[in-house]
Write a protein that binds this ligand. Structure first.
Ligand code: FRU
Length: 515
């Protein structure tokens, strides 16, 4: 007799899905699109957070995400769904999961997808039950759940029930976000745990049938005693240019304190590179590095595409800052899909998947340019959705800061993306932003990058956000930026010195089809 998941319905799932669909549609009906993305995934209405269940199945890419369809705040979690044939344009699919079993009464939390050797698509996710909201350590019960796709479009998911219960005497409530993969002929699952001593851990389970799981070991415990939970863990092998395999452990750490330029956000998503073999714990060989140095990046998930690429999508989290989109009927968007590669410099690089060049709707090539000290030159007077490629020639520039004022409006507000020659870093500064959170974030340049005398920037400007890819994705910064008016300019800027630009290309971008 095989193992049978615990399946205890408390609601009619189809009826809950219909209600959720109506909830999101009601918010969408009055949505204000001043900051609603043209080329980033968002819900038609309501709140979203983490990407979930990323996969390619029967010729389509699937992105699910944490969704609260009844408001623009976080609330009882559902799974929203979009799909795409080409990773360029997307189709909105019906909401995929709503809470309907006893174990997930208060939310279908984050999880991932795995396609079995039988070709069937399975989803592993966390069921969340609030026991006593005021109880501190024992406030919730979290367990791992299984659902299967009933059709090739993955638009009908069938819940199988609970597959891993929580050993509550060893855990401080948090026990969630499963990631599943196969190594050799064994299936593995890891998820994030806050131990009874409140240490951030990743636990490892194994299975031979993808249904019955056995505890194997603690895969990783975060060395920082302040870190009490590792949300949305990720774990995958990657081959470097030397042909050697490394393992990458990724997690969204709760509790780490800011230190210098590091960990400036409420919780911080990053990775360590190291090695792993079945039957062992992960051995880190690098320090913790951020996936993205911007204000708004969290809970990324990656998956291995059939062509071997490791593709990651993150959530632009509005943690701890004003999120004025909440007044507009929606809140939250996902980043562009990024390909993760291991560079010759021994670090991971993340740059937009190659498919995204198809979003370009023409190109204006401004060639090489020189800016005088204190010059502000308008290069677009109304940029709603645009990609800018720019090479700064540091060796022929004297400016202290040089870059782009984005979302620049007549009232004098803008967000400032620049190279700061005193810091030797790329900066996104929102001191002069019209709405939302302020503050600045920076990304480092290595000594070799600085010595090259050039910096390549690839900047994606959407209606309410900015993504900056530095030197082919060696660093990335992602931040919300909410302009005050619908007409928003982009200006080249050279501060306290001159700037030489080697190359400047502007590509207006098409809509991905979800507006
Ligand atoms: C991360 C997270 C996950 C959890 C989900 C709930 O943002 O807290 O750990 O599964 O969001 O929405």
């Amino acid at each position: 007799m095989g193992f049978t998941p615990t399946h205890t319905p408390i609601h009619d799932h189809d009826a809950e899905l219909d209600k959720a669909e109506a909830g999101a549609a009601k918010l969408a009906a009055t949505r204000d699109d001043r900051w609603y993305p043209k080329f980033h995934i968002a819900s038609n209405g309501g709140w979203i957070n983490d990407p979930n269940g990323l996969c390619r199945y029967h010729g389509r890419w699937h992105v699910f995400y944490q969704l609260h369809p009844y408001g623009t705040q976080w609330g009882p979690m559902h799974w929203g769904h979009v799909s795409s044939a080409d990773m360029v344009t997307w189709r909105r699919e019906p909401i995929a999961m709503a809470p309907s079993l006893a174990q997930e009464r208060d939310g279908v939390f984050s999880g991932s997808a795995a396609i079995g050797d039988d070709g069937k698509l399975r989803f592993y996710y966390t069921g969340h039950q609030v026991l006593d909201a005021d109880a501190g350590a024992g406030y919730a019960r979290e367990v791992q759940m299984l659902a299967t796709a009933q059709n090739n479009d993955a638009t009908r998911l069938v819940k199988q029930g609970m597959i891993i219960d929580c050993p509550r005497d060893e855990v401080d409530s948090d026990f969630r976000d499963p990631k599943v993969w196969k190594t050799g002929d064994t299936w593995y699952m890891t998820f994030g745990v806050s131990s009874a001593r409140r240490r951030g851990q990743m636990w490892l389970y194994t299975s031979h049938d993808m249904v019955e799981w056995t505890f194997d070991r603690i895969l990783f415990e975060h060395p920082d005693p302040d870190v009490f939970m590792l949300e949305c863990p990720d774990f995958f092998p990657i081959i470097g240019p030397d042909g050697n395999e490394k393992w990458v452990i990724g997690f969204s750490a709760m509790g780490s304190k800011p230190c210098g330029f590091m960990n400036r956000n409420t919780s911080n998503a990053g990775y360590m590179i190291g090695s792993w073999r079945p039957g062992e714990a992960f051995q880190p060989e690098s320090e913790f590095r951020l996936w993205d140095c911007g204000h708004n990046f969290y809970a990324p998930q990656s998956f291995t595409a059939p062509d071997g690429r490791q593709i990651m999508i993150g959530w632009m989290s509005p943690f701890a800052e004003a999120a004025p989109m909440q007044d507009d009927g929606w809140c939250g968007q996902l980043t562009l899909p990024r390909e993760i590669t291991l560079g010759a410099d021994g670090d991971l690089h993340t740059s937009p998947v190659a498919e995204l060049s198809k979003l370009r709707d023409g190109t204006t090539d401004l060639g090489a340019l020189d800016l005088r000290s204190e010059e502000n030159r308008v290069i677009m007077d109304d940029a709603e959705a645009v990609e800018i490629e720019l090479t700064l020639d540091l060796s022929r520039s004297t400016a202290e800061r040089m870059g782009l004022k984005i979302h620049a409006t007549d009232d004098g507000s803008y967000s400032y993306v620049n190279y700061d020659d005193q810091l030797g870093r790329i900066v996104i500064d929102r001191q002069t932003a019209a709405h939302g959170g302020r503050g600045y974030r920076t990304a480092p340049l290595s000594n070799a990058e600085l010595a090259s005398g050039r910096v390549d920037l690839r900047i994606f400007v959407d209606r309410g956000s900015i993504e900056v890819y530095v030197n082919g994705g060696r660093q990335v910064l992602t931040s919300y930026s909410y302009p005050s008016e619908r007409r928003r300019a982009i200006k080249l800027t050279s501060e306290s010195g001159t700037t030489h630009i080697d190359m400047l290309r502007i590509h207006p971008l098409r809509s991905i089809g979800l507006e």
